[in-house]
Design a protein around this ligand. Structure first.
Ligand code: ATP
Ligand code: MG
Length: 393
């Protein structure tokens, strides 16, 4: 492999001063985490507002790019070659060699962008641009200079070593995990919630997740599917602490005591209450769900109003305005879709009424919930204290 190193481009406008360090340090940490999956050893360094990755020996190029494309905060990945400074003649030869190898057709229009970060190099940037341009034209008579819209931009950076690169592979943008606090994702086995978690993680938010299962009505396989989904999201978001809450007794109790058409809403309200309790304990600052207006009866504006009413934390619903197909597109892109569509039962679907209320009346819902006062607090405590915790990575 020609490339032994990568320049990482990042940049979120407005990240200055101390925040810049936090951003960069978090990015370096996340790059380290992502590269653990890749065969090979790497060193990551920060230098004058840039991040470099160098491969120490053999490594898998495709895997490396794929892993870096999952790191939030990276705008572009530039595979580069590094050469020792042995004077201009040597540099010109190396650049010509580089073009020969990367663009063997060499019929492109081009522009050289030299940057002299080390001022003791004997030529200034303008001179380097011009002289390198001349050498390239001489070596490749089919190439032409175009300073406005070149097909090929050749970057030459004079640092301790000299860096040469031309290609920028797009990264997934966003902000590095760990720069924006923590959120608690309500993760089901469906298509929407993993996408919702990914979207919030993209803004630098560390993710924990809560899953409600109802054994024996929901199977071990359904639970494993949620663990698998958390693990897939963790490829982007870093390790996810997944809280698995046994919801069976609460669900049966609601089923016994409350009108069946209100079941889903009441259940969803208890899920939010419990998730918020765990969130507070974990230091999370918001809840995240995969709700989208009007998608199902429990996601009408009235239903969302009723569900939201029990929460004191902000509830983030990043797919709120998306159509199902738009969510599916994202699920395909982040590779959670195949797992999400595995046909295992969900604890919400087992107890659903034939005709759930689509416009729940909060007063009536609250009145129904009063029928639960005798046991519900204790049941919530038990559900929280007996939860299982799995670290998904
Ligand atoms: P998804 O595709 O995310 O499962 P959905 O279309 O099936 O969503 P609902 O079942 O109404 O929608 O759930 C809405 C949201 O409530 C989910 O996106 C998820 O955030 C949360 N949720 C639902 N069921 C569970 C569960 N068993 N455990 C944890 N969270 C859940
Ligand atoms: Mg669901």
């Amino acid at each position: 492999m020609l490339f032994k190193a990568f320049l990482i481009k990042y940049g979120e406008i407005g990240i200055k001063g101390k925040n810049r360090y936090l951003f960069e340090d978090a990015l370096v940490r996340q790059i380290g985490f992502a590269l653990k999956e890749v065969e090979g050893a790497f060193s990551i360094s920060k230098e004058q507002g840039r991040i470099y990755i160098e491969a120490d020996g053999e490594y898998d190029y495709e895997e490396t790019i794929a892993a870096l494309k999952r790191v939030f905060g990276i705008v572009g990945i530039c595979p580069m070659i590094q050469i020792e400074d042995k004077g201009f003649e040597n540099l010109a030869e190396e650049v010509v060699n580089y073009i020969k190898q990367i663009y063997p057709e060499n019929q492109l229009t081009f522009k050289v962008h030299a940057r002299r970060a080390r001022k003791n190099f004997p030529m200034d940037s303008m001179t380097i641009n011009k002289e390198l341009g001349d050498r390239i034209l001489k070596a490749f008579p089919m190439m032409r200079v175009d300073v406005h819209q070149p097909e090929l931009n050749i970057y030459v950076e004079i640092r301790k070593q000299i860096h040469i690169y031309s290609e920028t592979i797009p990264g997934c943008k966003g902000m590095p995990i760990g720069t924006n606090g923590k959120g608690m994702l309500l993760l089901s086995g469906g298509i929407d919630s993993p996408v919702a978690g990914w979207m919030v993680a993209k803004r630098g938010v560390e993710i924990e997740a809560t899953y409600f299962h109802a054994p024996p009505y929901t199977s071990e396989r359904a639970k494993q599917k949620v663990i698998d989904l958390a693990t897939l999201v963790a490829r982007y978001a870093g390790p996810i602490k997944l809280h698995i809450v046994n919801f069976t007794d609460i669900q049966l109790y609601i089923y016994d005591q409350c009108p069946h058409e209100e079941l889903t809403i009441i259940m969803r309200r208890y899920m939010m209450r419990i998730a918020e309790r765990i969130a507070v304990e974990s230091g999370a600052l918001g809840l995240i769900t995969g709700e989208s207006i009007g998608q199902v009866a429990s996601q009408t504006m009235q239903s969302l109003f009723a569900t939201n009413e029990v929460c004191t934390m902000p509830v983030f619903r990043p797919v709120i305005g998306f159509d199902k197909l738009e969510i599916v597109d994202l699920a395909l892109k982040i590779q959670t879709y195949e797992t999400s569509i595995q046909p295992f039962e969900d604890c919400c679907t087992i107890f659903v009424a034939k005709h759930p209320v689509t416009k729940p009346n909060l007063k009536l819902i609250k009145r129904s919930e009063e029928k639960l006062v005798e046991k519900i607090d204790e049941m919530i405590e038990t559900a929280i204290s007996t939860r299982e915790i799995v670290i998904c990575k």
